[in-house]
Write a protein that binds this ligand. Structure first.
Ligand code: GCU
Length: 329
């Protein structure tokens, strides 16, 4: 959507449902925007969050979900939350890097040992600290959503070793950590927003990208990229955010309802996620995509260099990474 159209849309959407203000009816409606299509499990989880909130509050608090970048890209949504004209969003943790250097460590390749380690970190003390680390920027993290593991998909040949990245333009999220990672592995990183990626792949502006299976499937990028090599280089979670403007406007009880509804939606989303991964892999394969499971060793060999580069630029992140690595329960 063009910027002007989007501003007009946000304005009219604001009239229908305020960032988080009370309508004449005494009902508060919180606008929640995100970048995924409605068939994606994160959208369904957000709708569930709204239903739980409505139930808990006896209909006094509602969430209206705007999918598909209708209110803006992830970066724009974050800015709209900061000024309180959109109340809530769900973004990739990578989109929050500019607001919290601590959160950027979640984009380090092969940071987690396995799925149990991911939930020990994200559901524990470190996760709580990370969720609140953007508060000074008027953004409050409510919970994490599972965004699985990211792997490479490409147009002309599978990316099964770092050597296959050479000479290829790889789309990355608008994230310095992702740029460092691709560079460290030997590819040419090109930041492109999620909504523009289909066309960028189609027109050859980039040769490849990387994402989790449900996003590869729901974005229809598989129509352009026939190879999906499951190297699972990162496990960057999604974050459900509320604008501090909206949060501070809620009384203690309303804040509790919202936090509980978000936590319950995260449990529901994890369940949906597992099924969505299986479905996505099945469907893209049916459509002709060649899926491979390359050895992770050659990618792991590049990791030390990527970490060293990051710590050279941001020394303070080393201690946090060590804490994450030492987390065992
Ligand atoms: C994932 C993530 C999205 C993000 C996307 C991307 O799908 O859940 O929030 O927009 O990756 O690669 O940009």
């Amino acid at each position: 959507m063009q910027l002007v159209q989007r501003i007009v849309f946000v304005f009219f959407a604001s009239v229908l449902a305020l960032g988080g203000c009370q309508l004449n009816t005494g009902v508060k409606v919180i606008k929640m925007g995100h970048a995924q299509v409605v068939s994606h499990p994160v959208h369904q989880a957000m709708v569930f969050l709204g239903e739980r909130l409505e139930e808990k509050s006896g209909g006094k608090l509602k969430v209206k979900v705007y999918p598909n970048q209708q209110l803006g890209t992830e970066r724009e949504l974050i800015e709209l939350l900061q000024i309180g004209s959109v109340g809530m969003t769900k973004v990739s943790a990578a989109s929050l890097e500019a607001f919290s250097p601590e959160i950027s460590v979640l984009g380090l390749p092969y940071l987690f040992r396995d799925d149990a380690h991911i939930s020990q970190v994200l559901q524990g003390e470190i996760g709580k600290e990370l969720l609140l680390s953007t508060e000074k920027f008027w953004l409050r993290g409510l919970c994490f959503y599972d965004a699985g593991k990211r792997s490479f998909y490409s147009k002309t040949k599978p990316i099964e070793t770092p050597a296959d990245l050479e000479g290829l333009k790889i789309r990355v999220q608008e994230s310095k950590m992702a740029i460092n990672m691709i560079r460290g592995m030997g590819g040419s990183p090109t930041p492109v927003s999620y909504g523009e990626l289909y066309t960028a792949l189609q027109q050859g502006i980039v040769d490849a990208a990387e994402n989790n299976p449900p996003s590869f499937y729901n974005s229809r990028h598989y129509e352009v990229c026939g190879y999906y090599a499951i190297d699972e280089h990162t496990a960057i979670p999604d974050v459900v955010l509320v604008s501090s403007e909206v949060w501070n406007d809620l009384n203690k009880e309303e804040q509790r309802w919202l936090q509980e509804a978000a936590d319950e939606s995260a449990v529901y989303q994890t369940k949906l996620w597992k099924e969505a991964v299986e479905e996505a892999l099945r469907e893209v394969q049916k459509a002709g995509v060649k899926i491979s499971y390359p050895s992770k060793e050659p990618f792991l060999e590049k990791v030390a260099g990527v970490y060293a580069q990051v710590f050279q630029e941001q020394k303070q992140l080393e201690a946090l990474v060590q804490r994450i690595q030492q987390t065992t329960k």
